[in-house]
Design a protein around this ligand. Structure first.
Ligand code: ADP
Ligand code: 5SP
Length: 498
């Protein structure tokens, strides 16, 4: 039997899966790393920590594996998007990576929008948002000019870890699309944008397709981890592009819901001319010459994790969620908005913050937990509403990510989205997507679609229940009022955040 490895460099942890030729996930390992939040709006991670934890995860995966390491034919990567990793001419890391959920760059975004807003939207197909890479580059240029002068190349998170593994510098289209520097339709770094902001073209890594072979495992890494030097390494994709591949979103039929640290509703796009005027993101898919649109809730799983860490540290996610069983739809009048670190879709606003609205003396912890799950799901439903308004038929949703571990949450998704929700056998969609890119890359399949037929296995379905759908439709209208009613208050409170 032959195998491939899919590595998903998430925000909370790196997850590695070993998959055999029949698509069976035979081993999986995960190692966490912390977020570094030095001040309000800052979110960083140390790239060397990613490497350390990835090495640990791979060594563990290989130690579980009973076969011959030369039977592991390919490895590929999925990774958190947009994060800025700056390297000097010796390819050494110059500073901690500034992540996708770091919102310190509002001023840089204003500058880009004032000087170049319309053109950037036309070229990159996306609005200028704090999370994207270009504003982060400008922030370093302005605040750390001496360090910026030393920058020889920038990489996205998973591309740095892959560089450690292979010694080769590359980026690929699906992740490059989230930088605001890529001409998304023509698939090239845009010289005009680079020139406008005095960014040397040499800082941009060479671009390849997601399934492209970019190297093999370096001998030092191979001997440290027990891998073979012959194992081929393929470029991989942005976590959402890989999530789409791993959930079989390779045509317009289905929609993806991914709840990791962030939350995403994603739809396949075959037509590069599709124009959402920036209301949702529009990025290159990991499948050649394809695209996807998506809306993002910045703090999805992160809202639940925040609640657990703050109020229920001694409980597991399962215990905390099991307790909501007796709490009715709507948490008896308690609403939550998940804007812990600002929001993206449909309210691109770095200053907004979350709320519990309607707290009453009878509410217990389980009401708050249900309200958090419902609030995150309402936020994702805002993107589903945008898609439906744009004429998309959203009736089947494949749900992946840490959030898909909970059947109760999947039922809430079905009832709020008013759609059938499908759970996969493995909730590790992005890791599976990365493994599929490796399986396609090594030549086991003639297309990603062929691979999907073998690798993607459904586990269960959740159907919307009419009564609950109706109640949630009423509650969703009330939920949607909370943003505008709390916006001014939150913007005034911003000066008090440290
Ligand atoms: N048993 C569970 N039930 C529901 N949600 C869970 C459970 N375990 C973890 N989660 C959620 O999953 C999130 C992590 O998902 P994951 O896909 O691993 O994220 P990332 O890719 O960002 O690292 C956590 O923030 C947490 O809220
Ligand atoms: O910023 C985005 C997408 O635009 C996020 O979806 C990141 O890609 C992080 O993903 P997770 O760690 O939450 O999976």
């Amino acid at each position: 039997m032959k195998y491939v490895i899919g590595i998903d460099l998430g925000t909370s942890a790196v997850k590695a899966i070993l998959v055999d030729q029949s698509g069976e996930v035979v081993a999986e390992v995960s190692h966490p790393y912390p977020l570094i939040q030095k001040s309000a709006g800052y979110s960083e991670q140390n790239p060397e920590e990613w490497v350390k934890q990835t090495a640990k995860a791979l060594a563990e995966l290989v130690s579980i594996f009973t076969g011959d390491s030369s039977d592991i034919e390919g490895i590929s990567y999925s990774g958190q998007m947009h994060g800025l990793v700056l390297l000097n001419e010796n390819f050494q890391v110059l500073r901690p990576a500034i992540l996708w959920n770091d919102t310190r760059t509002s001023q840089q975004c204003e500058r880009i929008t004032e000087e170049f807003g319309e053109e950037i939207l036309a070229i990159s197909k996306n609005l200028v948002l704090e999370g994207f890479t270009l504003p982060k580059i400008l922030w370093v240029q302005e605040h750390e000019p001496d360090l910026f002068k030393q920058a020889a190349v920038f990489l996205l998170p998973k591309d740095y870890v892959r560089y450690w593994m292979t010694g080769m510098i590359h980026s690929e289209y699906s992740d490059a699309a989230g930088t605001l520097l890529l001409d998304v339709v023509n698939k090239e770094w845009n010289s005009e944008i680079l020139r406008k902001f005095s960014i040397p073209e040499t800082i941009c890594p060479p671009l390849v397709e997601s399934h492209a072979l970019v190297g093999t495992v370096r001998p030092e890494v191979a001997s440290e981890l027990g891998l073979s030097v012959q194992t081929k390494v393929f470029a991989g994709g942005a976590d959402n592009a890989c999530g789409a591949i791993g959930a079989g979103i390779l045509s317009s039929k289905d929609t993806l819901c991914s709840i990791g640290t962030s939350g995403v509703i994603l739809s396949y796009e075959s037509d590069k001319e599709t124009d959402y005027q920036g209301n949702v993101h529009f990025f290159n898919h990991g499948k050649v010459n394809s695209f996807y649109s998506m809306g993002v809730t910045l703090s999805a799983g992160q809202s639940l994790t925040w609640f657990k860490n703050t109020f229920a540290q001694n409980e597991t996610f399962e215990q905390m969620i099991d307790a909501i069983y007796d709490v009715p739809v709507g948490s008896e009048g308690l609403l939550f908005t998940p804007y812990l670190f600002g929001e993206r879709t449909p309210h691109p606003d770095s200053l907004i913050r979350g709320s519990f609205i309607g707290i009453s003396g009878s509410h217990r912890q389980e009401h708050f937990v249900r309200a958090v799950l419902e609030g995150i799901t309402f936020s994702l439903n805002e993107t589903i509403q945008l898609f439906r308004q744009a004429g998309k038929n959203v009736d089947t949703i494949i749900s992946i990510g840490g959030g898909a571990k909970s059947d109760s949450w999947l039922q809430i998704q079905a009832d709020i989205f008013n759609a059938k929700v499908i759970k996969l056998k493995s909730e590790q969609g992005p890791g599976l997507g990365a493994a599929m890119l490796a399986a396609y890359g090594v030549g086991w399949f003639s297309s990603l679609e062929e691979c999907a037929k073998k690798f993607i296995q459904y586990s269960s379905e959740f159907h919307p229940h009419k009564d609950r759908v109706e109640k949630y439709q009423q509650l969703f209208e009330i939920y949607q009022m909370v943003y505008s009613k709390t916006k001014e208050i939150n913007h005034k409170l911003a000066q008090f955040r440290s």
